[in-house]
Design a protein around this ligand. Structure first.
Ligand SMILES: Nc1ncnc2c1ncn2[C@@H]1O[C@H](COP(=O)(O)OP(=O)(O)OP(=O)(O)O)[C@@H](O)[C@H]1O
Ligand SMILES: [Mg+2]
Length: 493
């Protein structure tokens, strides 16, 4: 199937999110859609898959113009998009979702559905069983379920918007293999939006690059990381150089003693950690290995059954999250819109709430402060923009703007999740400036390069166990990768 976009335009108020985009996609190929945060990638993909109406322009399929409204109609035309948070019905099992989840009142007979589900799962090595309750699936399994659903609906073009955030390394491998088979053997066309250039290099046959709403160009792969970066930003980025800091005289910012953290999947016992002012500690591990609980214990969100917590020498064991915040602790959650930011509120409202001291809010001051924060943090948005209308990267910038100026400790879950290389660099610059002012930083990341680049110390979590890498300054991503998989034994002391 050949799909062409012709003169696609889409505006949101003053923002020209897609400005005259012309692109043609052939079957049998994987095309990477690249671009800085806010470039217009998600908007274009939503237009193609019927999740958003186009202002003007046309979509042609096999040399015929098509017009559709809504995702179901796009699917009938052979185009399906994997939503980052699939809209499923949690009370269902995998099989029920598969039968009823197709909309349009079109039901598959139960037996046929079960057989198709099994066949496709088996072919791609998906970890799906018909009677699994959806609520218990991991993000990776939900994604697999959604792919199976779209395939049985006969989709010929599969669109994935940042599909590798939140899934394990093994699930990523399974996903990539499936995409390769679907293009090579079944002639499907795959569009992959991603900021992970390693993934793009490993998977894509060609790339299309957007910048500020316009198409800057396309190119056939292979290409190097540096070539892709310069297409995206119009210049190459100098490599980040690590600064060694002498922490020998630094005081303790946070001390955890003998904590016992009880979680859904694992427990972490006897956590002992000293974080000095100006120190950066990176936490590595597969999702659910215990690192999230330790981060949250640092900010008072995860309670410990035993042990003590000291902040700047003061015993604050058992105190509330609010109380931790008031003493200079800051928390950045990975789920931007679930925890850090509130959908339906404007930027000004976020700033006002973050700086709220009593029950009275001075809206004029809040708006002015908001305007200066927008400038300072280079947020593409306006004070009156609802937070959910910002691109992912710009939401991350807002989170950073809400952080205190000189915190004692910042605990950050995946601080650069979903950010383009340049924005990620920028966020770290902000963090390093706070470190210069004496802030201690503890962060988790699935990105091993990021852990190596910024951590003074690295702790690896595996099934609730914690292993500290002896010399974080000299470690490699291979070493951390092995440890994440639980291979502690091969590690020389
Ligand atoms: N519903 C909306 N209302 C208002 N503005 C929007 C809406 N959706 C997107 N925008 C704006 O359109 C521009 C493009 O956003 P889009 O989400 O397409 O970017 P993106 O390339 O996917 O970025 P990211 O890599 O950060 O996800 C941004 O400036 C964004 O704020
Ligand atoms: Mg996006």
């Amino acid at each position: 199937m050949q799909v062409s976009l012709r003169h696609i335009h889409k505006r949101f108020g003053a923002v020209h999110a897609n400005n005259d985009i012309n692109l043609t996609f052939e079957g049998g190929r994987i095309v990477g859609i690249l671009g800085e945060n806010g470039a217009g990638k998600s908007t274009l993909m939503k237009i193609l898959s019927g999740f958003q109406p186009v202002d003007s322009g046309e979509i042609w399929i096999d040399n015929r113009p098509v017009a559709y409204t809504g995702p179901q109609a796009a699917i009938r035309n052979g185009i399906g998009m994997l939503q980052q948070d699939p809209l499923d019905v949690p009370a269902f099992t995998v099989l029920e979702n598969f039968i009823y989840g197709n909309g349009d009142g079109f039901f598959l007979p139960r037996k046929l559905a079960a057989r198709q589900l099994q066949e496709i799962s088996k072919r791609f090595g998906f970890e799906l069983e018909a009677d699994m309750p959806i609520a218990q699936l991991s993000i990776g399994q939900r994604q697999q379920m959604e792919i199976v659903r779209l395939l049985t609906l006969g989709v010929k073009m599969l669109i994935l918007d940042e599909p590798t955030t939140g899934i394990s390394a093994e699930q990523k491998q399974i996903l990539f293999d499936a995409l390769r088979h679907l293009t090579k053997e079944d002639g499907l066309s795959v569009l992959l939006v991603s900021h992970k250039l390693e993934d793009v290099i490993a998977l894509c046959n060609e790339v299309a690059v957007l910048r500020a709403g316009r198409l800057v160009g396309t190119r056939q792969m292979p290409a190097t990381n540096a070539q892709l970066v310069s297409m995206m930003f119009g210049q190459e980025l100098a490599p980040h150089t690590r600064k060694q800091v002498d922490l020998s005289a630094a005081r303790d910012a946070l001390v955890l003693e003998h904590l016992y953290l009880h979680g859904h999947r694992v427990n972490v016992d006897d956590v002992n950690l000293r974080i000095k002012a100006g120190e950066i500690i990176g936490l590595a591990g597969l999702d659910g290995s215990g690192q999230e609980m330790v981060l949250r214990a640092c900010v008072g969100l995860q309670k410990s059954a035993r042990g003590r917590i000291h902040l700047n020498g003061e015993d604050i064991t058992g105190q509330s999250y609010r109380s931790f915040l008031s003493k200079g602790v800051a928390f950045g959650a990975a789920g931007r819109l679930e925890e850090g930011l509130v959908g339906g509120l404007t930027l000004t409202e976020h700033i006002a709430l973050a700086n709220e001291s009593g029950s009275f809010i001075n809206w004029n001051a809040a708006r002015q402060h908001c305007e200066s924060q927008i400038k300072l943090y280079d947020v593409r948005g306006r004070p009156e923009s609802m937070i959910e209308t910002l691109s992912g990267g710009n939401q991350q910038r807002v989170l950073m703007a809400l952080m205190p100026h000189s915190p004692v400790l910042m605990a950050l879950e995946q601080p650069t999740r979903g950010l383009d290389v340049d924005s990620a660099r920028w966020i770290w610059q902000q963090l390093l400036e706070r470190r210069e002012r004496g802030a201690a930083i503890i962060f988790s990341s699935p990105d091993l390069d990021e852990l190596v680049a910024y951590s003074d110390r690295i702790l690896v979590f595996y099934a609730g166990r914690i292993f500290e890498i002896p010399d974080a300054n000299r470690t490699t991503i291979d070493e951390i990768g092995r440890l994440i998989g639980g291979h502690f034994e091969v590690q020389p002391a």
